[in-house]
Design a protein around this ligand. Structure first.
Ligand code: PLP
Length: 324
């Protein structure tokens, strides 16, 4: 069976677990695929992963069951993507991985440039592919007392980017809100339990993302996205208790001259009255939000400010591709 990915005909193999548009937002570390994809029609080759010092076929990639990632959910992850086979914002993602490890007090032996090299080598071990996801995980490792991290393991997986329906960008999407918070929100830790629960609810309500609302009613971020809103022409985004998204950082640098930016979480009552809302993430880029729970945002279509940022972001990405 063949599918089309980025305009190319590709062989759909059994181990390819991505199924339908309902799974599109599961493009994050909590949903890491244990089996690989092979999207090449020329050769039947299983992807290669890097696991704890070795390059191994994805379908042979394993870690010991006494790893603290398995036993206690201890570990951190990051997700980046490639264009023309080159990682986009490699340094920024590896920096954040490093910071995530330090925020959960996980001592790691790798320097950032070593992790970068391992990522680049993993890419070289795979067939060239223009656009792929790179999932990097550092687990707590095996531990004699089943509690204290001692020898973290590094894993790099090259996986497929699930296609996203065009309507997300053209018409905008629905999101829901959930009363939940992540533990140590500044870290991209392996613990995505609130996300998996919230996304299941979101999907059952035809929404593509769930936004976290704290105990005081402030909306911080999505399960795998940062949140932005326009009120009276000014941009708002939370600065505390959120993951500092790499896409968020790009948006902020692109918009600093375009709009006044307020680093402040909005209360849910303010958010639903916002003129425009959008979410951002590596796995989705910038997606306009036109409905939050049962409330329609603005006139129910992507707003003009949001569209102008999408244009800037597209130009920025194009610039990156052209520089390669
Ligand atoms: C909780 C959370 N917030 C925000 C983001 C967006 O970050 P980035 O733009 O770096 O993908 C993610 C990405 O997975 C996330 O998990």
């Amino acid at each position: 069976m063949y599918i089309f990915i980025n305009g190319k005909k590709a062989l759909f193999k059994n181990q390819f677990k991505y199924s339908d548009s309902k799974d599109l937002d599961s493009n994050n570390c909590e949903h890491q695929m244990t089996r690989s994809v092979n999207i090449y029609d020329s050769e039947e080759k299983v992807n290669t992963y890097y696991v704890d010092g070795k390059f191994v076929a994805a379908d042979k990639a394993v870690i010991p069951v006494d790893d603290l990632a398995v036993l206690r959910g201890v570990g951190v992850c990051d997700l980046m993507r490639t264009y023309k086979g080159k990682p986009y914002f490699l340094r920024e993602h590896v920096d954040r991985l490093n910071q995530s490890a330090s925020k959960i007090d996980l001592n790691i032996k790798w320097r950032c440039n070593e992790i970068e090299q391992i990522i680049l080598q993993t890419l070289e071990h795979n067939q060239p592919i223009d656009e792929a996801n790179i999932r990097v995980v550092i687990t707590g490792g095996s531990s004699p007392d089943f509690m204290t991290p001692q020898h973290p393991r590094l894993i790099v997986m090259i996986t497929q980017i699930p296609p996203i329906p065009a309507f997300w960008y053209e018409k905008g999407v629905k999101v829901i809100t959930v009363k939940a918070q992540r533990n140590i929100p500044e870290a991209k830790s392996l613990s995505y339990i609130p996300a998996t629960i919230a996304l299941k609810t979101a999907k059952s309500q035809n929404a593509i993302e769930a936004l976290y609302v704290d105990a005081q009613g402030f909306v911080t971020e999505g399960t795998t996205s940062n949140l932005f809103a326009f009120i009276n022409g000014e941009l708002f985004t939370a600065d505390k208790n959120v993951l500092k998204g790499i896409t968020r950082k790009v948006i902020l640098s692109l918009t600093e001259k375009m709009f006044k930016v307020n680093f402040k979480a909005l209360h849910i009552d303010e958010l639903v009255k916002a003129d425009e809302v959008f979410i951002t993430g590596t796995n989705k880029g910038l997606v306009p939000v036109v409905q939050i729970d049962e409330t329609i945002i603005g006139d129910g279509t992507p707003g003009k400010n949001t569209k102008s940022i999408i244009k800037e972001l597209d130009a920025h990405t194009l610039g990156f591709k052209q520089d390669l």
